[in-house]
Design a protein around this ligand. Structure first.
Ligand SMILES: N[C@@H](CCC(=O)N[C@@H](CS)C(=O)NCC(=O)O)C(=O)O
Length: 278
């Protein structure tokens, strides 16, 4: 049973963490009510009416400015009911220690599906599509597109993300360096950027531009889980490289098309943003 869009319920929990219930099932709601003694929200009639008994109970542990946006996109594409538990980053930009209670690495995204804890965005995407998304066709069935789907699911986290994370770390290092050592820190960071990060980012931009010149989406003419995995990362790539529609027209067209998807818009609404790379 699937419940499209429509409603979300905001619970206030005593420990100041927001638990946002989206597109929920009756089972979920009742369980959630049982678990939390501190719920202040009273469900409306519409919310109660939309409730059913056999939906999956998926909780997304979502961290601000993180790859967890991918999972919201996916769940909206799949039109599955889910709960978002939101975490903010600390002043050090790291995830709060509470996330370690969900999974020992303390990273996001991580989800709970029933009693299963599932980590790693690429794995979460493939897991949810395989388990609940058969009729949504987010995983190609023909050999060539499936080959690209698997490649890009791994490429995004294995090759592209590490470069972008390094770029982010060095940028922050420069911003946070005390004035006395700033010239030295800037010198080192600029050299790394010039010798390593810059050329690598250029190579990724050229590679992706070439791939997207050949087809609409990463794994063919059909939108797939590989695009969901790429969503967060490609927006970041464009933002951090200052690339635009003039030098990467196909990549820019791709990101713009992603942002136009109704599921993307619904996911962003749920976390109060207009786009991933806001
Ligand atoms: N390869 C993992 C990476 C997970 C990851 O590093 N997430 C970042 C957010 S984008 C995180 O939780 N950072 C917080 C921290 O390291 O404290 C995945 O794709 O899920």
């Amino acid at each position: 049973m699937q419940i499209a869009n429509a409603y979300s319920i905001l619970y206030s929990i005593e420990d100041n963490r927001d638990l946002k219930l989206c597109n929920s099932s009756s089972w979920q709601v009742r369980e959630q009510r049982k678990k939390s003694k501190h719920i202040k929200h009273k469900m409306s009639d519409t919310e109660n009416k939309a409730i059913t008994s056999n939906s999956p109970s998926i909780v997304v542990y979502w961290l601000a400015d993180s790859r967890a946006d991918r999972i919201l996109l996916l769940l909206e594409e799949l039109e599955l009911p889910y709960v978002i538990q939101k975490f903010e980053r600390g002043p050090d930009k790291l995830a709060p220690a509470e996330l370690k209670k969900i999974h020992p690495l303390g990273k996001s995204p991580v989800i709970k599906d029933g009693d299963k804890v599932v980590a790693e965005s690429g794995f979460i995407i493939d897991y949810l599509i395989s388990k609940y998304g058969k009729e949504k066709h987010l995983k190609p069935t023909n050999e060539e597109d499936l080959f690209q789907y698997n490649y890009f699911l791994h490429y995004i986290e294995g090759s592209l993300m590490p470069i972008l994370v390094m770029k982010y770390i060095f940028l922050n290092l420069q911003k946070q360096a005390p004035w006395l050592v700033k010239p030295v820190v800037n010198g080192i960071c600029n050299k790394i950027d010039q010798l390593y990060l810059g050329p690598n980012i250029r190579a990724h931009l050229d590679f992706l531009e070439g791939e997207l010149k050949q087809r609409k989406w990463l794994a063919g003419e059909q939108f797939s889980g590989a695009d969901i995995q790429a969503s967060f990362t490609l927006e970041m790539l464009l933002k951090r490289s200052n690339a635009n529609e003039e030098n990467v027209p196909n990549l820019s067209r791709y990101v713009a098309a992603m942002r136009e998807r109704p599921a993307y818009k619904r996911a962003m609404e749920k976390v109060g943003k207009s786009c991933i790379a806001e």
